[in-house]
Design a protein around this ligand. Sequence first.
Ligand code: SF4
Length: 218
Amino acid sequence: MKKIKSNKKNLTDIYNALFNFFGPQHWWPGETPFEIAVGAILTQNTNWGNVEKAINNLKKQKALNARALHEMPHKELAALIKPAGYFNIKAKRLKHFLAFLSDHYGGRVERMRGEDVHALRHQLLEVNGIGPETADSILLYALDKPVFVIDAYTKRVLTRHKLAPEKATYHELQGLFHNNLPADVKLFNEYHALFVMAGKHYCKPKPRCEECPLRVFK
Ligand code: SF4
């Protein structure tokens, strides 16, 4: 894997500017590790408001637990998560994850905590429909593992500030953080959430640099 050149100072200064501007984000929204893992799968290609509606539907049916979802027919699950979009595909992905969870961890996300982070990441990536961003979101937010989550907002900010090339891969971008920052769950948690805030409000497809807390770094 290629290593992107950067230094700790750039990344620390950007973090401090975002934190001072937006304040702590206290991510991820979710009451249990299981709910966080389900949310990480449902949030693929949609916004969080839609995921919340889908999760509320599951809660209303008292179905937000591994056993109920594992036993629920595909059609019923797809109907309940419809607000999250791509509901047939996401129902299949949830079923794959639930089968994995049931086979390896007795249906309990918490039981994954004891595993080595690299082994666990490898296992999650083997599950059909779980890619690096979803796997890393589960590792960081549901399991408190120090793994940096890269999303489209993060990539956009980094490339616009010339901290990473346009063609950088997920793992090269992740390496930038892993190689330059301490492996700190709280820091990785806040930093990713702050990139989302910057991307949603300022670093949009048409950037609003003049009002952005990162304008001083351009
Ligand atoms: S909006 Fe402009 S200043 Fe803000 S992060 Fe994007 S490129 Fe940087």
